[in-house]
Design a protein around this ligand. Structure first.
Ligand SMILES: [Zn+2]
Length: 184
């Protein structure tokens, strides 16, 4: 065997091992169970399924048990920058993610990146005008201050529903199944 063949075989083997290593998936846990762990505005780490980039968010819902999904906000401006890096901008397009829950479990989810329904410079839950995303006058759903985001984004889990339609969002549910490795 010549040395080039040995070098080639070595790197071929390394690449083969890398390509075969299983991608980490999240648990497929229903919203009715997941929401029990999201009381009192916990901090969560979100991992983008495709790129592996992670960022931290805070759960904003004041009544998570009565909510259909989690409304979250980046914890800091640096966390917001990570989301811009992943989506390229603000976007309603959902992405598959893994959520590191307060109990350490990794759960499959889906999130978009379009801030809405809040005003950064006004108190949380105050009635305000000109909420982001064309939400007009209403309750200020911007819980985290000084993070550069006016409003919040939606984090869906298996069985989550839209607050507007009160139905499951098919696009989010598809992304959740990808993160959980569940075939349709
Ligand atoms: Zn929402």
């Amino acid at each position: 065997m010549n040395k080039y063949f040995i070098i080639f075989s070595f790197w071929f083997f390394i690449l083969l091992v890398i390509s075969m290593s299983p991608k980490k998936h999240g648990l497929y846990i229903h919203w009715d169970i997941v929401k029990q762990s999201l009381i009192n505005h916990p901090e969560l780490t979100i991992i983008d399924f495709k790129t592996g980039i992670s960022w931290n968010v805070i759960v904003g819902n004041e009544n998570i048990l009565g909510s259909f999904h989690a409304d979250v906000e980046p914890k800091t401006i640096d966390d917001l920058k990570k989301t811009i890096e992943i989506w390229g901008n603000y976007s309603w397009t959902p992405r598959s993610v893994l959520v590191n829950m307060p109990d350490g479990e990794l759960v499959a989810a889906s999130i978009h990146n379009m801030p809405h329904a809040g005003v950064e410079g006004e108190p949380y839950l105050k009635i305000v005008n000109k909420r982001t995303g064309g939400y007009g006058t209403g309750i200020n759903r911007d819980y985290v201050k000084n993070n550069g985001m006016s409003g919040h984004v939606c984090l869906h889990f298996y069985g989550s529903k839209s607050h507007k339609t009160k139905k499951e969002d098919i696009k989010h549910q598809d992304k959740i199944r990808i993160a959980a490795n569940i075939s349709n």
